[in-house]
Structure formats: C-alpha cells, structure tokens
Design a protein around this ligand. Sequence first.
Ligand code: LCS
Length: 396
Amino acid sequence: MKIESHHGFATRQIHAGKEKNPKGALATPIYQTSTFEFDSVKHGGACFAGESEGYIYTRLGNPSLKVVEKKIASLEGGEACLAAASGMGAISSSLWTALSSGDEIIADETLYGCTYSLLAHQFRRFGIVTTFCDLSDPGNLRDALTERTKVVYFETPCNPTLKIIDIESVAGIAHAYNPAIKVFVDNTFCSPYLQTPLAAGADVIVHSATKYLNGHGDVIGGFVVSDEAFIADCTMIGLKDLTGAVMSPFNAYLIERGLKTLDLRMEKHCSNAEKIARYLLGHPAVTRVYYPGFEDFPGHETAKRQMRRFGGMIAVEFNMSRDETAAAIDNLELCVIAVSLGDAETLVEQPATMTHSTYSGEELKASGISESLVRISVGLEDAEDIIADFERVLRR
Ligand code: LCS
C-alpha cells in the first residue's frame, strides 16, 4: 500500500519508506554491503552517469538507508532526507554544502557544545564567520543580517537551557531579507512527533538520530531533511566528497526499528517530564527549573503553538555550588550520570562540565548556561521511581 502524507503519524512511522523485498521479509533487511554488482561495465557506467537507478557503493546510497531516509522525510513533511553517521555528520555535511569561504552564518548563542565549536571556532579557519545572537528575540536577527548571510541556524528548544525560538518569525524575517538564505533548525530535542519546522517556514532540518529518533541508546546517527535539490547536493557534495560521514546499514536498521514506536515513547517522555518538572519546582533545594511547559517560562506561548507537547528535557539549578551539585547528583542510583538524551533510561549530566565544556566561562554566561546547571533527559521509567531517586538525594 502506498503511504501518503494524509496518513496519520503512527501509520507513517511504521509503514512509510518500506519496500516489498524479494524474499517477503516483514522487517527491512540489513544490506550490509559496501559495494553493489553491476550487470556489465555499461550498466555501471549508466549508474555513475545517473542514467540508471541502481545502487553503486554504500557511501552514495544503500537500500537500508533509503527506507529510513524516506520514513524521516515523511515524518518531517520534507521532500527528501539524507542519513549520516552522526548528528555532527549531518550538520557538517549540510553546512559544508550550503557554505563557501566568505559566507556568514547567524546562529543562536545557545547550541549543543560541538555545534557551537564547529560554528565558533572551526569554520573560522576556512573563512566562514558566525555571528551569534539571541534569536528568542527575532528582532535581533534583523540587526545581524548582512548581504553575506547564507545560513541562519538554531535549535529549539535549545540544548541545554530549553530556550524557545519562534521558527515562523525567524524564518519570516530571514526570507524577507533574502529568500535564498537557508534557515536550519536542529529538531533533535523534539523529533517530528512534537515539531515539524519545515511547516513553519524552515528550509533545512538536522537531527541527531542518536537521541529520540532511535530512542534506545545503541546508535550514533543523524539526518538532514530538505528539498530534493539541496539533499542531492548534500549527498553528492557534502557527504560523498567533504565529510564521508555515511550511516552504517546496521544503524539504519536499528533506527528504522526504533522509529516504529516514536509517538508512544515521546508521549511517555513528555508525561514523565511534566511530573518531574512539577516535583522539582516544589522542592526547597531547587532554585530554578527550566521547562517549556511552565506558563511563566519565557517562550511558553510559542512552544504551545509550535510544539505538540513540551518534550522530555528539563534543566534545573539547586541551591548549591557547581561542585556540591555534582557531588549530590553522583548519589543518584536509578538515574544514570551520562551525556546523550532521548533514551529509555533517565540520563543526568552537568552541561558546563560535559556537553558544553567547549564554551568558555564567559561564553557560558552569555548563553545563559549557569555553571551548576543540571540537565535531565527524562526516561521511560515510572515517574514515581525517578522522583524517589531525586527525593532521596535532595533530602541529604
Ligand atoms: N544536535 C543536538 C541538539 C545535540 O544535542 C547533539 C548531541 C548533536 C546535534 C550531535 O549529534 P551526535 O553527533 O552526537 O549524534 N548532543 C549530545 C548531548 O547533549 N549529549 O551528548 C551528545
């Protein structure tokens, strides 16, 4: 049966992209092959010339990857998708494709640490300059745009402070200034179940599939979603020549498997996060809770408009120093001290010490990331047990 855009999210997360395979297997086979046999030299030549559709070599395409790419494109409402070896592979393959020496990026100042490092430090070595500003006030974008701006880049909610950026406003301002500007949104924290940035006017979506999309903590992967032409360039230039960051067929299989339960997992992540955020807010040892679901959280109204629910991520500050906070959370027993997010297990980390250690002390301050901040990726356990784990630690 052909799966179309009018089918519901759950139907698409299970069936979209699937192809009937020759042996009739229900699950997508893992095409664990680096290269593909041609019928003849002539056939091989036609494949290379783009005159025949056959597969050539897994860095250029593979049936296991194709299925999951089509599924993600369907869920995000995009024309096409490219799988990559990691979220950073997706980000670098797509940005290298969009940019040349002399171009400028405007990015929000609160980003995942390695994305920040790429934009703030690495691109600079190749003559690409990033201007950082607070895009939660879209007016700041107007002041930052120049004739050289090629890309506007942000996450929403931002890692790790969950700051909300209005996708429609930012894309509107960027495109009014220059329709050729590509607005990139990193949709990792939401997954397409909670938010579809292309529908709000963005041009390119990047994902770390390591997180909610796979959802089981056993894969590193990424995706780029956009129009056919840009994805073709990302494939044939960004990934093929510049980064080589190809996803393995086995990881494509695991992600496709994880995606079949994305909506169910996201609902539970969101419900659990809601309960834990409320518990933390009422605790005397807690000085601040960052959670977009609270009515007084800046950006709450925008979050309500552009997200289906408020997500599974929380950040929190306690009435303790950075070191005291670290010592306290070391005593958690059920929750795991680990980076990454979106897994079944509740993962707790200190961004200033771990995921955002690429920021200097001053940069952390400018981005609103306090040094004692703790980030919680709320898992799929029983909320009562997660709360009991924090309660035991905070009572000390
Ligand atoms: N984008 C966001 C928003 C991320 O949080 C991460 C990784 C990436 C991109 C990069 O994806 P990767 O290459 O790791 O698949 N974030 C991590 C985090 O917060 N903890 O550990 C990794």
